[in-house]
Design a protein around this ligand. Structure first.
Ligand SMILES: C[S@@+](CC[C@H](N)C(=O)[O-])C[C@H]1O[C@@H](n2cnc3c(N)ncnc32)[C@H](O)[C@@H]1O
Length: 227
C-alpha cells in the first residue's frame, strides 16, 4: 500500500506550499533585518503573547511547520491509527495536509480551526489540490468556541494557534481523549517556563508522559495521554 504522504497530488501540494512558506519567511526575515527598529523586536516569548487578532502579523503569514515536523505528525498519527484528529491553528493548512494524509490512511478525519477566513479558504484549496477534502474540515473563528462542541473521541491533538491558548484549548478537549492519545504542541521554545504557562504545566501534568523534541527549526512537545 502506498502511503498517502507519497501520493503525487499530496507531494505536489506540499512542495508548493512549503516553497511559498519558505519564500515568505525569508522575505520577512530580510525586512526585519533592514528595519532599523529590528533590534527592538521583542524576544520570542514576548512576541508569543501578541493577540492573534492583530491582523497584520497573523492574517497573511504562513508561520508553518516544516517537512520534518510534518513527517513526525504523520508518523505519530499513523502509528496510533488515529481516526479522530483535532488541530488548533491551521493557517494555510500545511500541517493540516500531513494530518489529513494520515487520516486518509487511517480512514479518519481532521477537525482543524482557523481565525482568518482568507487562511481557511486557502487551506481548503490545498486540501482539494491534494485530493484530501473529504478528510478534513476547518472551522472558522476562535477555536475556543469552534472546537468547544467536540464530543469525542479524540486520538490526536495538534496545538499550533495562539500560544497562551494552548492550555485552555487542551483542557476543553482532555475529557474526550482516548487512552494513549497524542497531544503535540509546536513552538515550546517560545515559552518561559513559569507556572501557568503551557510548557511548565504540560511537563508536570501527571495525566501525560511528555518529551520536548527539537525538530527541524522548531521545538515540539510530544505528550501521550495516560489516563
Ligand atoms: C503558527 S500558525 C499555524 C500554522 C499551521 N499549523 C501550519 O503548520 O501550517 C497559527 C495560526 O493559528 C491561528 N490562530 C491563533 N489563535 C487562534 C484562535 N484562537 N482560533 C483560531 N485560530 C487561531 C492564527 O490565525 C494562525 O493562522
Amino acid at each position: 500500500m502506498t502511503d498517502t504522504l507519497d501520493r503525487d497530488d499530496v507531494v505536489r501540494t506540499l512542495e508548493r506550499e512549503h516553497g511559498e512558506a519558505r519564500v515568505q519567511a525569508e522575505a520577512r526575515r530580510q525586512a526585519r533585518e533592514a528595519d532599523n527598529t529590528a533590534n527592538s523586536e521583542p524576544p520570542a516569548a514576548r512576541r508569543t503573547q501578541r493577540d492573534f487578532r492583530q491582523a497584520e502579523h497573523y492574517q497573511h503569514a504562513y508561520l508553518a511547520i516544516g517537512p520534518p515536523q510534518g513527517a513526525l505528525l504523520y508518523m505519530l498519527a499513523r502509528a496510533a491509527g488515529a481516526r479522530h484528529i483535532v488541530e488548533f491553528g491551521s493557517s494555510f493548512g500545511i500541517s493540516t495536509l500531513y494530518l489529513a494524509a494520515a487520516a486518509e490512511d487511517n480512514d479518519g478525519r481532521v477537525i482543524g480551526s482557523e481565525y482568518y477566513a482568507n487562511k481557511r479558504d486557502h487551506a481548503l484549496g490545498n486540501l482539494a489540490d491534494a485530493g484530501l477534502s473529504q478528510r478534513a474540515e476547518i472551522r472558522l473563528g476562535d477555536a475556543r468556541e469552534t472546537l468547544g462542541d467536540i464530543t469525542g473521541p479524540v486520538d490526536l491533538v495538534f496545538l499550533d494557534g495562539h500560544k497562551p491558548l494552548y492550555l485552555p484549548v487542551l483542557e476543553g478537549l482532555v475529557d474526550q481523549l482516548t487512552p494513549g492519545a497524542w497531544v503535540v504542541a509546536d513552538n515550546l521554545d517560545h515559552f518561559d517556563e513559569t507556572p501557568g504557562d503551557f510548557r511548565h504545566e504540560i511537563l508536570r501534568d501527571a495525566r501525560f508522559t511528555t518529551r520536548l523534541m527539537p525538530i527541524g527549526r522548531g521545538m515540539f512537545s510530544v505528550s501521550r495521554y495516560c489516563d
